[in-house]
Design a protein around this ligand. Sequence first.
Ligand code: 13P
Length: 329
Amino acid sequence: MDSTSLHTVAAAMVAKPKGILAMDESTGTIAKRFSDIGVENTEENRRRYREMLVTASGLGQRISGAIMFEETLFQETEAGVPFVECLRKEGIIPGIKVDMGLEKQPNGEELTKGLDDLKERLARYKAAGARFAKWRAVIRIGEGLPTEKNIAESARRLAAYAKACQDAGIVPIVEPEVLMDGDHTLARCEEVTRDTLKAVFRELAAAKVDLKGMVLKPNMIVPGKDGPEASAEEIAQRTVAVLKECVPKEVPGIAFLSGGIGDDDVTVYLNEMNKAARDLPWSLTFSFGRGLQRGALESFGKGDLAGGQKALLDRAKESSMAAMGTYRG
Ligand code: 13P
């Protein structure tokens, strides 16, 4: 694929009023989500759950792209329609999570793996219809954490992944997530997010990644889950300020992860950023996993598929309004 196509896909992924649906939970992560709703984690249940999501009629009005787990990319509806086709019918771009999860380091930090056979896998995913990919690095705040070394290596791997994607004609979503776990302050999250984003863009430049052909998926700058609370205005203001400081204007868009923030809060924060922000060089939208699926999962657990689709569509609509700065709660 030439760079024009990469640019077109990246721009479409973050074009308002839409955002990205992250439905790429690994088999281990979906096990946790299913256990909360009393559903057994079998391949068929995962298929049925994801069929409910990708066949929600009208989803394409609010969702530009859907990130899938490898298993999902190759699955079909009960009636034999490939999920990729269901998405295309809605005008939703199919995407794929390509990292192979995290490896724990002796000091408690984590590094993302999956670079070894990435080139071969990307070719396979592209042939199956994926037009963009995702790789998530995690940065943990704690006693003496994060280390510079972990930030540097996470950034280096993100850049190597992004370059491999572009070489394969696939748009990379670059996701460095500073985790909310802990009792740290908003200021500490701000500092670590700034250091992380600076390292990531240094490595992306060194790897010659085409910034117009990628999407950034960062955390919002929030206090730790057990830390002192902060107002929505402050969270929005600090997040936008750090992004302005670190993210080059060539990047077409920034699609936030929800990271365990509650549905209402994450929507209000995104709305606040888009309401207050003028003259931003990039689009600010969403790429929520939990932030879009909580209600859908709950209904699925009760066997209410229509209710699950409605819950997903409702959350997609609220998130979309937040991306426009018109969410009223
Ligand atoms: P959350 O919105 O649940 O954080 O998920 C987004 C995601 O894709 C994490 O990698």
